[in-house]
Each structure stands twice: as structure tokens, then as C-alpha cells.
Ligand binder design. Structure first.
Ligand SMILES: [Zn+2]
Length: 146
């Protein structure tokens, strides 16, 4: 089954371009191409693209991020990170199995195109998912290379 990016997802994805960093534009392009190949539908929520320090702080205060936005900044604040959330049965879900499936598919897709990304499903880069370094499987960040 082929999927298309929804209107809100597209808008939330394109917030990354605000950073003006070339890698952000690469990440946006990768996600736009990936929707044509993904084995599972996904969405990007309002806080899933670029974040201001205030947006980051509110996620931290709610217990949804380990980065407070000031002392510990998120790559969302630099426009280098995106959260792809599985879309199942008409709603966003953080169900782990769906998130790991999507994580593996997007990571492979990017690497196939010569772009190395870090996934929150494998913060250590060990190649092992579903361990103690797998606490944010919807998160992806691109490395600066341009
Ligand atoms: Zn994230």
C-alpha cells in the first residue's frame, strides 16, 4: 500500500526548513520520498519537527523529553531532528512494535541513500533495538555533513 503525507504532517515537517541548515532540507526530502516506500503509515505531530526552546521546555516539563531546551538542547531545536509517529487505524500511536518497524524501515532507507541518521530506537548505534538505548523509537536525527 502506498501512502501520502497528510497536510498537517507536511506543514510540521517543513518547519525544519526554518533552520536554514542544508541538512534539514535533506531530511525533509528524505521523509517526502520515504512516504512512497514506507511499509507503515506515519504522521508528524505539531512538535515533531522544529522546536523553539519554549516548545522543548514544555515537552520536558510534561515528562516527554529528556532535553530541557536550555542546558540540554534537542536536535529539534537546530532543525536536524524529526519524529515519525506510526499512524494505525486512523490515529497516531507510540506502540513499540509499530515504532520499531518504522524506525528500521526509515533508517535503512536513509542509509541506502548514503545518509547516516541516528534513531532514538538505537541511541548507542549498537544495531540492537529494544534495549535500554531504545527509549525514543519515533525520533530520527541527521548528522551535519554539508
Ligand atoms: Zn524527536
Amino acid at each position: 500500500m502506498k501512502y501520502v503525507l497528510g497536510k498537517n504532517t507536511t506543514a510540521n515537517l517543513e518547519t525544519l526548513i526554518k533552520s536554514g541548515i542544508k541538512e534539514s532540507a535533506v531530511l525533509v526530502s528524505l521523509v517526502k520520498e520515504f512516504i512512497g516506500y514506507t511499509p507503515i503509515d506515519f504522521c508528524i505531530l505539531e512538535n515533531g519537527g522544529y522546536r523553539t526552546a519554549e516548545m522543548q521546555r514544555s515537552l520536558y516539563d510534561a515528562g516527554n523529553s529528556k532535553c530541557d531546551g536550555v542546558k540540554y538542547k534537542s536536535e529539534h531545536q537546530s532543525g536536524l531532528a524529526v519524529d515519525l509517529v506510526p499512524w494505525v487505524n486512523g490515529r497516531a500511536t507510540w506502540e513499540k512494535r509499530a515504532a520499531f518497524y518504522l524506525s528500521g524501515a526509515f533508517t535503512s532507507f536513509c542509509r541506502q541513500r548514503g545518509v547516516d541518521i541516528t534513531t532514538g530506537a538505537d541511541w548507542s548505534g549498537s544495531g540492537i533495538i529494544n534495549d535500554s538505548n531504545s527509549w525514543d523509537p519515533c525520533h530520527f536525527q541527521i548528522h551535519r555533513f554539508l
